[in-house]
Design a protein around this ligand. Structure first.
Ligand SMILES: *Cc1c(COP(=O)(O)O)cnc(C)c1O
Length: 394
């Protein structure tokens, strides 16, 4: 089955007469059991174990996991309470004192801060590198490097990284590659097919699509996901609520259709901004002017709905847009039906989140200028989105 069909039918229960046609929401936290069925320790959890306790497994959550695995072309998936729970759980699971994490120099701020503060406190060494430059990545590998973690496109500036090249570098050095594919979605890119070992998602974004549920996921090989489930969900405890899983399952049904519209609307908005005198630079992977457009054409079947731009005098412009926009909403997050705009000052994020200095900080400033306006282009009529921007920029 192809993605649009998988999003609706993958892992659907057998069509028995009298069973529900759409996924049931099972809110129960425990399940009928018997003294011989399963032990009390998470170490007894096997593939054949019956349902026992919802933090270990739940029918609604399991369907979400199976559908995500099918969409990503992976053996298994594990759902989490949020994207941060997924990323933090995976990093804690794969790294130990003495090991080295090579992290993209631009990635979700929470992941950057978690790595540099918490992982460092647990004895993991963390360094950052421009993942768009495979030569720099190869040079940054150390004998103790265990994991490369990259986002492509990277939030918020939308630079890309070549997953096939990074997988080659990671594996040659005895490390694994994990790819946060939240902005791409499986509609655009399937990192496991390009050699990645793990895919991370914030399901809060495009997968849910409506901005009303938090969730996260990791997709990978079956044995790896089993071990991750025990440590990162059963023991760390960041299990997704069945209700959130049910909302995200509903959102996933329309993910391929929504992504086609997000892409078309983002293209229209990006081209409008490119021609606007107030704007300095516009970044959308589908624009010929994007520095990584050639890679985007190879690696993305859909250029997604995120657009970023920079402009001079940008703090004043941020206030002006927040006050004047009527169709766009000035708010964080991304990937929902409603269009969102948000401004991220460069110096703040360089200091507080990415902790870049010297050449790496300068490369960020060269890309963004004083700051990045991050647009999550939604599903409204693109003419209304453009007219609203034109009026507010005016
Ligand atoms: C939002 C986001 C996260 C964190 O996800 P939450 O669901 O908010 O915890 C991680 N990575 C990327 C790329 C994101 O956009």
């Amino acid at each position: 089955m192809r993605p649009a069909t998988l999003a609706i039918h993958a892992a659907a229960p057998a069509r028995e007469i009298g069973t529900p046609v759409t996924p049931p929401l099972v809110t129960a936290t425990s399940f009928h059991t018997d003294p011989d069925a399963i032990g009390f320790s998470a170490n007894d959890l096997g593939a054949e174990a019956p349902l026992f306790y919802t933090r270990w497994g739940n029918p609604t959550v399991a369907l979400l996991e199976q559908r995500l695995a099918a969409l990503e072309g992976g053996e298994a998936a594990l759902a989490f309470a949020s994207g941060m729970a997924a990323a933090a759980g995976l990093l804690l699971h794969r790294l130990s004192p003495g090991s080295h994490l090579l992290l993209g120099d631009v990635c979700y701020a929470g992941v950057a801060e978690f790595a540099q503060e918490t992982l460092a406190r647990y004895g993991v060494s963390v360094s950052t590198v421009d993942m768009s430059d495979p030569g720099a990545v190869a040079a940054a590998m150390r004998p103790e490097t265990r994991l490369l973690h990259v986002e492509t496109p990277a939030n918020p500036i939308l630079k890309l990284a070549d997953i096939t090249a990074l997988a080659g570098i990671a594996h040659a050095g005895g490390a694994e590659l994990s790819v946060d594919s939240t902005l791409a979605t499986p509609v655009a890119t399937r990192p496991l097919e390009l050699g990645a070992d793990w895919v991370v998602h914030s399901l809060t974004k495009y997968a849910c699509g409506h901005g009303d549920a938090l969730g996260g996921a990791v997709i990978g090989r079956a044995g790896g996901i089993d071990a991750l489930r025990k440590e990162a969900v059963i023991h760390l405890g960041g299990a997704i609520s069945p209700f959130a899983a049910w909302l995200i399952l509903r959102g996933l049904e329309t993910l391929p259709a929504r992504m086609a519209l997000h892409e078309a609307n983002a293209g229209a908005v990006a081209r409008f901004l490119e021609g606007h005198p107030r704007i300095r630079r516009v970044y959308w992977p589908g624009l010929e002017s994007h520095p990584h457009h050639a890679l985007a054409r190879r690696q993305m079947r859909n250029f997604s709905g995120m657009v970023s731009f920079s402009a001079d005098g940008d703090k004043a412009l941020a206030r002006q847009l927040a006050a004047r926009l009527k169709v766009w909403t000035y708010a964080v997050s991304l990937g929902k039906a409603q269009s969102l705009a948000f401004h991220i000052p460069s110096e703040d994020v360089l200091r507080a989140s990415f902790r870049l200095e010297g050449k790496a900080a300068q490369a960020y400033r060269d890309w963004t200028g004083e700051g990045t306006f991050r647009l999550s282009v939604g599903l409204e009529d693109p003419r209304d989105l453009i007219e609203d921007l034109e009026r507010a920029l005016g």
